[in-house]
Design a protein around this ligand. Sequence first.
Ligand code: GLU
Length: 266
Amino acid sequence: MFKTKKLFKMAILSSIATLMLAGCGKEESGSKDVLGQIKDEKKIVFGVKHDTRLFGLKNPETGKVEGFDIDLSRELAKEMFGNDVKVEYKEVTSKTRVPLLNNGKVDAVVATMTINEERKKEVDFTDVYFDAGQSLLVKKGSKVQGLEDLKKGTKVLAVKGSTSAINIREKAPETSVLEYENYAEAFTALKAGKGDALTTDDAILYGMVEEDPSFELVGGTFTEEPYGIAVKKGNKELVDALNKALKALKDSGKYDEIKNKWIKQQ
Ligand code: GLU
């Protein structure tokens, strides 16, 4: 009898806990789809880079984040919701973008993110919105002119959570790879002579050259990095809506306008 009572009490307590969790805000609720939440709250939060010139860079003078990913996400939101939904941006890095999506802090990641099979296990992607490829950035006049020069004793700088950090170990197995939190830190380290080269997508490296033309890209590209917008797994409606909006921006010429504004070299 005593046991039954105790069990009964436990069952009641656990249902109360479940109900309390279900009643909690956006971050804890896993049940409602993200598109429905965006419409209810009249707000969409995009996860964007703050450290990546041309794609998502925080301008220290204005405090605003600027770049291709920012302009594209703003136009996508306008296309999907008109002016009904407020657009907000939150910083993600290569390492934090998947956790921030999965814990609901951001609704969609538009942040130089390559679509690949590994990541598809964790998140859902839209169609490709930009094609990049991995390359190397070196100081002009460097002895390193391509992958073949990354021999034993050389050091390459990369960013945690990027495909670049994984790929370079496979393409240049003898080099040491030093990983940084973000691209601003990695480029500062390259300028300080902490490595022989920095590796990531060519489009991101062009942004670094724009900042400091004493650096250059060498050796061409050695991977394919198709960028997609990532959303929390299981949100087909949101992926479909983003794809539809992306297509509309391509058809209207808006996509090209944004791309031409930021991407001069490809
Ligand atoms: N596109 C690559 C990736 O998704 C490199 C750029 C980045 O770190 O965001 O990992």
